[in-house]
Ligand binder design. Structure first.
Ligand SMILES: Cc1cc2nc3c(=O)[nH]c(=O)nc-3n(C[C@H](O)[C@H](O)[C@H](O)COP(=O)(O)OP(=O)(O)OC[C@H]3O[C@@H](n4cnc5c(N)ncnc54)[C@H](O)[C@@H]3O)c2cc1C
Length: 622
């Protein structure tokens, strides 16, 4: 019998959790009805043995079973047995069923006709890539949350992307009108900052307070409440009250070079007068936005996302109401991926449109049917794509078996860093450029809690946690679109989204080494480690407002993304590349009958970039 530590018992980490973890890791959705916490209710499409991955909880994102084959290939140099040739021929094979891969199938049909035979291969057990739907069922109600990409940044859309949105019926204006969600800042006492006992010696919630504060008087009063040393408090008070211009005497070019060439944390130390303890408060402040530690970002990059500093650059701090104008589906961009799938395989969810997509029932059995012009095959990791005279052969592993298909064309919509191992005959420069695209690890853990009572009592909808693994937490409700509604005022079960990344060790300097260290940590942590982390936060943060961590946690889904944001070029780490010679441009050159999509091809971690790159990759096919 395993003994459970007293501290774990107090967090509610009882044997129920290992059962739940076992159930989900084993993929035995049929056992769902025996879940101890009542998570799976009668409306769960994954009950009764049906294949329905969105309701799986436990370790998701890059889940067990999804990545091992690729790691064996790329890390261990494993060679696989000769594949069995399938009696299947396609016009196009797409590697990766993320938004880019799904868009590639769409554009291929537009270019080569609706009868084009397309096979999409995906290593995960669900489609969408980072566009991951987390679906909970509780007491007959469905609660949705996002497991990956959130925002539709509609103001950045190209004509190509706008046209796709129109075709799918996505009206971002309407979505915005139905959005009450404000990333946790819209509680009546928000924003809020939470200091935890493990890091700061005591659990302390400060409401109406943010490290981004622009009102120096207010901030100085708050800083007195920070559970940090007196020295750090004095430094912070001085910092927030300063009014100076460190750019004085610099011309425009020099000012730009300074802002883009200086680490934000150096700026805080050198010009803001902060010491290490105070600077560490900002370490994880950009995990969600940039996917890296603040020390790896320039002054310009941090100020752009609202961190304090304008008052040291001769400018008045901007005291705007925070309102990020992105459009949202209640499962993030997973609804976009579902609309894309429906458009190319309508039988998966007949009658679906943008007005009911969030609640539409998807029949996964229909994704890969013989006779359908487009087939989407899950749990299939591509290990090789080779040009041949008549097109390409693509080999993949499904249930440990190597299988091979033939096609005229292939679009690589997977992570670029794996392509050198799939297509080893590419030119060396192209493979080097693909390996350069190290993605940024991200973490998005959803915890379904019994109600928002405790949050409501505190008057908060979210909180920033400078000392914890997840840098921020927000309640995910108030997105009433796609046929789904969960009003902000409704205090029934609600997903709390823990959002951020995992800090690499402090002594790792190079940003790519930081990514690798962070990824290694992320993969080494068990579900239990993540569970202990979120329960610790919930007990310390919400316990004083009546939240019972043993009773009120209903389900936990950890979406870990060791390969998260595409590598956009950070100021401090990127030389100027001559036109056409940037790594992403070299990486995404066509290679015979194989072309390259994915957000990596645009070196920008956005959904609309993933779509634009798919369009380009298809146009390059002859
Ligand atoms: C947590 C998180 C939050 C984000 N938030 C936003 C946001 O708010 N707004 C925004 O615009 N963007 C956001 N992004 C960026 C996101 O990457 C893009 O929006 C977009 O989803 C990328 O789509 P993609 O198809 O290019 O890549 P992916 O979604 O990564 O899809 C590629 C797919 O290929 C699969 N694959 C890889 N190798 C193989 C192989 N060998 N065989 C078969 N399949 C393979 C992968 O597993 C994956 O499923 C976020 C990303 C993450 C991780």
């Amino acid at each position: 019998m395993t003994t459970i530590k007293k501290s774990d018992r107090e967090l509610g980490m009882c044997q129920d959790i290992s059962r739940r973890d076992f159930i989900h890791d084993a993929g035995l959705a049929t056992l769902g009805l025996s879940l101890p916490l009542g998570v799976v209710a009668s409306g769960d499409p994954g009950s009764a043995g049906r294949y329905y991955p969105p309701t799986r909880t436990g370790m998701r994102g890059s889940h067990p079973g999804a990545f091992e084959t690729a790691h064996e290939l790329a890390r261990d140099g494993r060679s696989f047995p000769a594949p069995r040739d399938l009696d299947e021929e396609y016009d196009l094979v797409v590697v990766g069923a993320g938004i880019s891969g799904l868009a590639a199938a769409h554009y291929y049909r537009a270019k080569f006709g609706e009868n084009a035979r397309i096979l999409i291969l995906e290593n995960h057990d669900d489609f969408g890539g980072h566009a991951k739907r987390n679906e909970f069922h509780q007491g007959g109600q469905m609660r949705l949350s996002l497991g990956g990409t959130h925002n539709l940044e509609h103001w950045k859309f190209s004509d190509t992307v706008n046209a796709m949105m129109d075709e799918l019926g996505i009206d971002t204006g309407k979505m915005l009108r139905n959005k009450e969600f404000g990333y946790g800042r819209n509680g009546k006492n928000g924003p809020a900052l939470w200091f935890d006992a493990d890091t700061y010696g005591q659990d302390k919630l400060l409401t109406g307070c943010s490290l981004r504060e622009t009102d120096s008087e207010r901030m100085i009063a708050y800083v007195d409440e920070f559970p940090v040393s007196k020295t750090a408090r004095d430094q912070l008070k001085h910092f927030y009250s300063m009014r100076t211009n460190v750019l004085e005497g610099k011309n425009e070019e020099q000012a730009r070079a300074y802002l883009e060439g200086t680490a934000y944390t150096d700026f805080l130390r050198r010009h803001g007068g902060l010491g290490d303890e105070a600077v560490h408060l900002f370490d994880n402040a950009n995990h969600g936005g940039w996917g890296v530690e603040t020390r790896s970002l320039s002054i310009a990059e941090c100020i752009e996302v609202g961190l304090p500093g304008l008052h040291l650059l001769g400018k008045a701090p901007v005291a705007e109401e925070w309102n990020y104008p992105a459009a949202f589906f209640p499962d993030g961009n997973a609804s976009l991926a579902r609309l894309q799938v429906h458009a190319i395989i309508p039988a998966v969810a007949p009658g679906t449109n943008a007005d009911n997509i969030a609640v539409a029932k998807f029949d996964y059995e229909r994704l890969d049917r013989p006779g359908s012009p487009v087939r989407l095959r899950l749990n299939s990791t591509v290990i090789s794509a080779s040009n041949i005279d008549s097109g390409v052969t693509v080999t993949y592993i499904n249930k440990s078996k190597p299988l091979r298909v033939k096609a005229r064309h292939c679009v690589m919509a997977c992570y670029h860093s794996i392509i050198p191992y799939l297509c080893p005959d590419q030119p060396e420069a192209q493979k080097t450029a693909q390996k350069y695209q190290v993605k940024r690890p991200l973490l998005l853990t959803n915890v379904l809690i019994r109600s928002s009572d405790a949050m409501d009592k505190l008057g908060i909808a979210g909180v920033r946690c400078p000392g914890r693994m997840h840098g921020s937490v927000f309640m995910f409700k108030g997105i009433n679109t796609g046929g789904y509604s969960h009003k902000f005022a409704d205090n029934s079960p609600v997903p709390l989204t823990f959002w951020g990344s995992i800090s690499p060790p402090e002594d790792v300097v190079d940003v790519k080494e930081q990514m690798r260290a962070s990824r290694a940590k992320m993969l080494a942590l068990t579900f239990e480690d993540y569970e202990r982390e979120v329960r610790t936060v919930l007990k310390g943060l919400l316990g004083p407002a009546g939240f019972d961590v043993k009773r009120d946690v209903l389900a936990i889904t950890v979406n870990r993304w060791p390969h998260g944001y595409a590598n956009d070029y950070l100021d401090l780490w990127t030389p100027e590349w001559p036109e056409g010679k940037a790594p992403h441009e070299i990486a995404s050159r066509p290679f015979g009958n194989i072309t390259m999509a994915n957000a990596d091809a645009g070196a920008d971690a956005y959904t609309h970039v993933a779509i634009d790159e798919a369009y380009r990759a298809v146009q390059e096919l002859m």
